[in-house]
Ligand binder design. Structure first.
Ligand SMILES: C=Cc1c2[nH]c(c1C)Cc1[nH]c(c(CCC(=O)O)c1C)Cc1[nH]c(c(C)c1CCC(=O)O)Cc1[nH]c(c(C)c1C=C)C2
Length: 598
């Protein structure tokens, strides 16, 4: 969808008078090259146009489509169409998610949003597959007795209660330890069984990575600090409950800045009670709208199908040079912001030593499947497969399965007979007062118009995504092809969920090197990257993306926001200047209901 659209860019660009020629930096203080047209690059350009409205921005994207792995496709099925997501499918509204919410509001997308509620099965029912069956994770909304029974009887929870309670008395690590794997840290603090059976599954669902290699210091910074400063993770947790959460000063001022933003009260109320959100045409709609918005801005130029061959800051010059692959022309910019991967950026920097130390990545295969029969999976978000699940129960090396049906409404959800409030006038009155419209498991922002859906079919079947690979496939000599990928996914679903039906529609996507791995020593590597970039580029090159402070879409938006904020005030930096250098303060966080009222 996006590819077709970007092909039309050239025509549109001509129509609205965007220039292709070399930039005249003298008339603009800021003439910025944004390297990479994924969500990080696009949001960087967007925030730049807001922070520095006269800046000229050029986006370089190697591919003929923009958006990176945020990629939604509408596929035909027998009685309509359904959305398949190749990459991320939902976003959380909390934390860095506030920036995506800002985009929702400013790009007029809120009315196209789907908002599963905190009370919905998608929020409450999360599962693990261990050792040979699906187990529902305990949740505060379930009966205490049910949670307790599951904790006592399910092998997946063996040692969790005892390990958790005794964590308080376990001695803290020696302060000479600079970093440790997640497995090492939590095995010491809680138990090895908990790591192998639970934590490794959760880590699969976020990083598709190996708990034995990923860094506790980088990925669990609060717990890492609490162990030394409060004596245990539990003591740290208790202290933050009593005295407020410890956050970096940078974070505290970001929260303050976001609080003072003029929020649409209805959107705020809706998001405060939502677990995640997505859009009616999938998350690809966000990049599509962002790109369309940028195209309309006369100061933004897109260079698609244009990969960056080299970047350089010649001695004595205050202009950074960018040369595109296959072009003899060198373009000059006041600044460049790289949204490329560390490997791509290091390749473009033609120095004798790598600009950024090697940061490993993993490749994930996502297989989307749509079945005619409804209810083929349990009601809930999906399940994760931990490393301890015996090989014979997961020879395909799947990481988990997402139940896509759960987070977007089907025809039964828009059927008014199942709503808790059916008086339309009352709903409109509530909406006009900026109140949340919550009639079942979903909130409807777009009332009084008809509720919206992703899947436009008469009666919806079952939609799932099987996630395969990640660190498991790092040692494999070759990745499976489409046919093999489909066979692997079907085999997982047959064994785990008993699905034998043939899918009505499917799609196999190999996302190469999509998730950077923050392995032990990651912080040190980022510090090296910071000193190399600042030495070689004197503040003219800055970096953003999923390899520095979180791998999610929300984290990409945040790194884009941070890099633009520092450029706006002309603070020297690289985008990595804060790494290992933070000061902390305690703040009290509002609960969701309070936040909605605030
Ligand atoms: C599509 C593959 C991805 C895997 N991890 C990520 C992606 C994009 C990044 C990611 N996933 C989650 C988070 C936590 C924060 C959040 O936004 O919720 C991050 C940073 C959680 C998550 N995991 C899965 C889903 C559907 C979500 C919600 C966000 C999203 O849509 O990605 C399922 C899942 N993701 C991956 C695997 C292996 C997996 C398995 C069921 C890898």
């Amino acid at each position: 969808m996006l590819r077709c659209w970007t092909n039309a860019l050239t025509t549109r660009r001509a129509a609205i008078g965007l220039r292709h020629s070399s930039s005249d930096s003298s008339s603009h203080f800021h003439n910025v090259a944004v390297l990479g047209g994924g969500i990080t690059g696009l949001s960087t350009a967007y925030f730049l146009t807001q922070a520095l409205p006269t800046a000229k921005v050029t986006i370089y994207e190697a591919s003929d489509r923009i958006g990176g792995w945020l990629d939604s496709v509408r596929v035909p099925v027998k009685d309509g169409t359904v959305i398949f997501e190749r990459g991320p499918r939902t976003l959380r509204p909390n934390g860095n998610g506030v920036l995506a919410a800002k985009l929702l509001q400013e790009l007029d997308l809120a009315k196209d949003g789907l908002y599963p509620q905190l009370s919905s099965p998608a929020a409450c029912n999360r599962f693990l597959y261990y050792p040979d069956h699906i187990v529902r994770m305990p949740h505060p909304s379930f009966k205490f007795a049910d949670n307790l029974w599951s904790m006592i009887t399910e092998p997946v929870f063996k040692t969790v209660m005892f390990g958790g309670i005794t964590e308080f008395w376990k001695p803290p690590r020696g302060d000479h330890i600079e970093d440790e794997s997640i497995a090492g840290f939590f095995s010491r603090r809680v138990s090895k069984e908990m790591v192998d059976r639970i934590m490794s599954g959760v880590i699969h669902g976020i990083y598709a990575g190996d708990v034995n290699q990923l860094s506790a210091k980088s990925l669990f910074p609060t717990q890492w600090r609490d162990e030394l400063e409060a004596g245990s993770v539990i003591a740290g947790l208790a202290k933050s409950r009593a005295e407020g959460m410890e956050v970096t000063k940078r974070e505290a001022s970001f929260i303050q800045e976001m609080k003072s933003y003029q929020w649409d009260p209805l959107l705020k109320a809706t998001l405060a009670m939502s677990t995640v959100w997505t859009l009616k045409d999938g998350l690809g709609q966000l990049v599509d709208r962002l790109a369309r918005h940028l195209v309309k801005n006369g100061n933004v130029e897109f260079k698609t199908s244009t990969s960056v061959q080299s970047i350089a800051l010649p001695q004595g010059s205050d202009r950074i040079q960018v040369q595109a692959q296959g072009s003899s022309q060198i373009k000059e910019y006041t600044h460049a912001i790289s949204a490329l991967s560390p490997a791509q950026l290091s390749a473009a920097h033609k120095g004798s030593t790598p600009l950024i130390p090697h940061i490993p990545t993993v490749t994930v295969m996502t297989v989307n499947l749509y079945y005619r029969t409804p209810g083929l999976h349990p009601d809930g978000f999906g399940y994760l497969i931990p490393q301890a699940t015996p090989f014979e129960n997961n020879p395909e090396r799947a990481l988990g399965v997402v139940f896509d049906t759960a987070y977007s409404p089907g025809s039964e959800d828009i059927d008014q007979s199942s709503w808790n409030v059916v008086d339309r006038d009352e709903l409109i009155r509530q909406r006009d007062q900026g109140r949340l419209i919550n009639v079942n498991d979903f909130a409807w922002y777009n009332m009084p118009e008809d509720p919206i859906r992703q899947d436009l079919v008469g009666k919806r079947g079952s939609k799932l995504t099987v996630m395969l690979g990640g660190h498991w496939w790092s040692e494999w000599p070759a990745f499976p092809d489409q046919e093999q990928g489909l066979a692997l996914a079907k085999s997982v679903l047959r064994r785990h969920l008993g699905i034998t039906e043939e899918p009505e529609a499917w799609q196999v996507n190999l996302q190469r090197d999509c998730i950077p791995q923050y392995t032990v020593g990651h912080e040190k590597r980022l510090k090296t990257a910071h000193s190399n970039i600042s030495r070689e580029y004197q503040g003219k090159l800055r970096v953003a993306g999923n390899w520095m402070s979180g791998v999610g879409v929300n984290d990409c938006l945040r790194s884009a926001w941070d890099v633009v904020s520092s450029l706006k005030v002309n603070r020297p930096g690289t985008g990595l200047e804060h790494v290992g250098n933070e000061e902390y303060v305690r703040i009290r966080r509002a609960r969701p209901e309070e936040a909605a009222k605030e």
